[in-house]
Design a protein around this ligand. Sequence first.
Ligand code: ADP
Length: 185
Amino acid sequence: MADDEFQVGKAKVCLVQGDISEQDTDALVNAANSTLMGGGGVDGAIHRKGGPKILEECKRIRVTEWPDGLPTGKAVITSGGNLKARYVVHTVGPVWRSGTRGEPELLVEAYCNSLTLAASKGLKTIAFPSISTGAYSYPIEKASRIALKTVKEFLDKEDKLDKVVFVLFTSHDLEIYKKAAREII
Ligand code: ADP
C-alpha cells in the first residue's frame, strides 16, 4: 500500500494534497464558523465553488435549527450545490487558545459528529480538511493526531464508511499528517 493510504478494517484512509472543494467524495466537510454564513479558507472555497444553494440551505438551518449559530463541535449537512460532492457537512472546530479550554475534546467532537452524520445518511466516502489549523490556529501536529485517532476509532467501531480522505493544502501539512498516520493507524 502507498505511504499515503492506510487500511482500517474494510475502510481506507487516504492522505492527499489539494483543494477540498475539488474532491469527488460523497461528502466534503466544511471547516465552517458558527454563523454558517461563509468565511475564508476552506469555507470560502466551498461556497465559491458550490454556489448559492449551499448558503440558502445554511440560512434555513440557522432559522429552523440553530438560531444562535452552530455550536463548536456540532455538525449539519446540506447539499453540495455545484460541487462534485453531493453533500457538504458543516462543522465548527474549536479556536485554539491555550489548549486547556476543552479544545482537544471539541476537535474530537467535530470529527466524530461529521462522520456520524455522513454514515447516518448512508454515504460511503467523505473528505476532511485539517479542521481548526488555519484561522482557528490549532497547532497542526496536535490537530493531525486527534483527527487521525478519531477517524481510526470511528472506523474500528463502525463499518458503514468505505473511504475517508484528508485533503491537506500544502506539502508541509501533508507530511505532518503522514507522520501522524504512520504512528496512529
Ligand atoms: P479553521 O477556521 O477551522 O482553522 P481554515 O479554513 O482557516 O479553517 O483552515 C483549515 C485548514 O485548511 C488550514 O490548514 C488551511 O491551510 C487549509 N485550507 C485552506 N483552504 C483550503 C482548501 N481550499 N482546501 C483544503 N484545505 C484548505
